[in-house]
Ligand binder design. Structure first.
Ligand code: PEP
Ligand code: MG
Length: 562
């Protein structure tokens, strides 16, 4: 790969262009015992200048932001210029300690004082740490931690990986694209990028070495990342993107194949913020409401009232439509502080997750189901509830009972563990519906951790083994007269969406922004073509061959540039 081109896995379609900003979370502690070269006065001045620069940056940010932020940042700037702090730094530098280490240790003294000084001051410790990290980064020539404040133009966020907490704070209007070195196509970086509508490339080797400020063009469909492209190239990519959006917007209405076989197109939502984009994209309901996304940063279980309000907001927005709510899927890649695994786990993805967790915390499940039942009262949404990570018939039956006790008649299970897909007929006998989670189903079928960027090549839902499992679940559901939806990220791939329809999946749920592409792909192919594509993909012996064979049966995809 040449130095001006990088490649990763495109996980959120669209073109994005802007200057690179490297997200750094933690500035490493300057090594204990690090010494300067001997000129103490020059080193002291270096430290002083770094603190002045940090103070000036903070004040300037405050002035730009105005309001309350100005006062908060002005107070932080004052801390950086505190004469007491400067004299501790000078004393340490006088003893030969390097400027970064002296700054680090001087802040350490203040930190201990503040931490022991009662609630209000203890709350300022985080501010102090932020100033310390900024000063140390400035002295060591490292990128500053955190997101850029008030960027003058949308930027390309480059990171080793993005935690849900990082992306939650992002203003999507300020971010042109994400590029991460790690993370697979089903990681939560990918899921959140799609729900924010930000083009994203993950698993991109070399991404974190992109020099900050380099202008970067990102293609979230192909995974291409172009450094310092020519203006014409950027204009061409942006134009193609806009043309495609305009073309797709002409296909509207409920999801169906060209010959009228209905495949309802539903939205994946994580909370009230996802409602407006889902409605704007014409979602026919919600196929996956990831309730754990509401409570990712909570230390205590959410109250019954909080839950009820959050659920009701989604039910009311989708009155008259189906809303499939998944109970909290805690554990592994989505840890919840208030539902910790009962013992340390060597391999969380194969540990206590999803429905298994509720066997340890039955009261949390009972409270959630009760809040859901009450929130559903008085709305006309058709509320259905499902359990994540079901492996056995016993778990499915246990969950069905719990829902019945809570007064929720429509309950189902996610099919995301190969055992559940293989024995779907047994599970169908004790549950109301299936929803296939291809993210986890792929992870477990290929034994490739969905968070591991290095394994992105294996995390491919096109793998015929995954398609076989989907086919088994869909046909077992049909034989039992049950619906079999699919709500993994693979539903957002227009070609795979057609294949899933051909395999007998009865509805598809995805990030709202993917709906127009999938709607257009289905509308241009008959059910027969989808079935042929499915058969061709299953007959292949690799993911790449399956993709190529299916696409050959779906000629309109190329016409639509999908
Ligand atoms: C899945 O595994 O496909 C799924 C939809 O659930 P999640 O991504 O939230 O684990
Ligand atoms: Mg899952």
């Amino acid at each position: 790969m040449s130095a001006d081109r990088l490649a990763g896995v495109g996980v959120s379609p669209g073109a994005g262009y802007g200057p690179a900003h490297r997200l750094v979370r933690e500035i490493p502690e300057p090594p204990r015992g690090s010494r300067h070269g001997g000129d103490a006065e020059a080193e002291r001045r270096r430290a002083e200048r770094a603190l002045e620069q940090v103070a000036a940056d903070l004040s300037a940010r405050g002035d730009r932001a105005g309001g309350e932020a100005r006062d908060v940042l002005a107070a932080q700037a004052m801390m950086a210029l505190d004469p007491g702090l400067a004299s501790v730094v000078a004393e340490l530098v006088g003893q030969g300690v390097s400027a970064p280490r002296a700054v680090f240790e001087a802040f350490g003294k203040y930190r201990d004082l503040l931490a022991g000084a009662g609630d209000y001051l203890a709350g300022r410790v985080a501010d102090l740490d932020d100033i310390r990290d900024r000063a140390v980064a400035t002295l060591e020539g490292l990128p500053l931690p955190g997101l850029p404040p008030d960027p003058p133009e949308p930027y390309v966020l480059v990171a080793r990986d993005l935690a849900p907490a990082d992306t939650a704070l992002l203003d999507p209007a300020a971010v042109a694209a994400f590029v991460t070195e790690e993370g697979g196509p089903t990681s939560h970086t990918a899921i959140l990028a799609r729900s924010l509508g930000v083009p994203a490339v993950v698993g991109c080797a070399g991404a974190t070495a992109i020099p900050p400020g380099t202008r970067v063009l990102v293609d979230g469909s192909t995974g291409a990342v172009r450094l310092s492209p020519a203006e014409e190239e950027v204009a061409r990519a942006m134009r193609a993107d806009a043309d495609q959006d305009a073309l797709l917007a002409t296909v509207t209405g409920p999801g169906a194949t060209a010959d009228g076989h209905a495949v309802p197109l539903l939205a994946n939502v994580g909370g009230p913020a996802d409602i407006a984009p889902a409605l704007a994209a014409g979602a026919e309901g919600v196929g996956l409401f990831r309730t754990e996304f509401l409570f990712l940063d909570r230390e205590d279980p959410p109250t019954w009232e909080e839950q009820q309000d959050a659920y009701r907001a989604v039910f009311e927005a989708f009155s008259g439509s189906r809303v499939v709510v998944r109970v909290l899927d805690a554990g592994a890649d989505k840890p919840l502080d208030f539902l910790p695994p009962p013992a340390p786990e060597p391999n969380p993805a194969l540990g206590e997750r999803g429905v298994r967790m509720f066997r340890h915390y039955p009261d949390v499940l009972a409270a959630q189901l009760d809040a859901l039942a009450r929130a559903a009262e008085g709305t006309s949404a058709r509320v259905q509830v499902m359990a994540p990570m079901v492996a056995t018939v016993e778990e499915a039956a246990w969950f069905t009972d719990a829902c019945r006790t809570a007064g929720l008649p429509s309950s189902g299970v996610m099919i995301e563990i190969p055992a559940a897909a293989l024995r779907a007929a047994d599970i169908a006998a004790v549950t109301g519906f299936f929803s296939i989670g291809t993210n986890d189903l792929t992870q477990y079928a290929l034994a490739a951790d969905r968070e591991a960027g290095a394994l992105a090549g294996l995390q491919d839902p096109w793998h015929p083994a995954v398609l076989d499992l989907v086919a088994l679940a869909a046909s077992a559901a049909a034989a039992a007269g049950r619906e079999c939806g699919l709500c993994g990220e693979a539903a957002a791939d227009p070609a795979l969406a057609c294949v899933f329809a051909g395999l007998g999946v009865t509805s598809l749920s995805m990030a709202a922004l993917a709906l127009p592409r999938v709607r257009a792909a289905l509308a241009r192919h008959t059910l027969d073509a989808c079935r042929r594509a499915a058969a061709a993909a299953r007959a292949a012996n690799s993911a790449a061959a399956a993709r190529a064979a299916a696409r050959a049966e779906l000629p309109a995809l190329a016409e639509l540039s999908l």
